[in-house]
Design a protein. Sequence first.
Length: 243
Amino acid sequence: MIAAMLRELKRFYKKEGRSHLPWRKTKDPYKILVSELMLQQTQVARVIPKYERFIQVFPSFAALAKAPLSNVLLEWQGLGYNRRAKFLHETAKIITKEFKGKFPNTAEEIEELPGIGHYTAGAISAFAFNKPEVFIETNIRTVFTHHYFEQGPTLLTKKIDDKELLPLIERDLKKSKMEPRDFYAALMDYGSYLKASGIRINNKSKHYTKQSKFEGSTRQKRAAALRDALKKGVSEKDLLKFL
């Protein structure tokens, strides 16, 4: 079963891998961080133009750190979850001032930065520095649940804990003999493909939470209030209240 899954993963990645994605063409930890924060709960198609524009306006940690928060939020509009922009701005200041422009290269150090959790830290470490980190997100979860649990009785009687999947990810990363950045890119692309093909099994995970509707929500009202505040040119202190 292991060999079959890895064969399918490699076959798919070679034929259908999304190497065209702009953040796949760089090893710059800044650009990878921007992409990872933008991709949280936001579809790839929406992220691509926003990412390209953001990198054009703020090409480095130093450029982002110098920018007013209002400018950063203006460029972020349309992505939602504006606190991600705030965390990115804070991180740029930390990297520029405290780290002298050098981004940390271990997942443990990266996870100490504002708004960065275990997954994001692992992803940056893998994609920017090719480190063999072990982490999971929704597409990776789909691949491993589908191949190792979907056909068995386990899925019928209990929810799958990520603690059961993480050792399998670590094992398959080693067995695949793929570069970590390629292994995880392949998993994300393959998982996205499985979902588009109708395999939607993340609700079988213990960690699954359904995203609340945006229309009519507090998030929508807060986003509208923030847009108005940005148009009026309010102070950074007042902007932080909206976040």
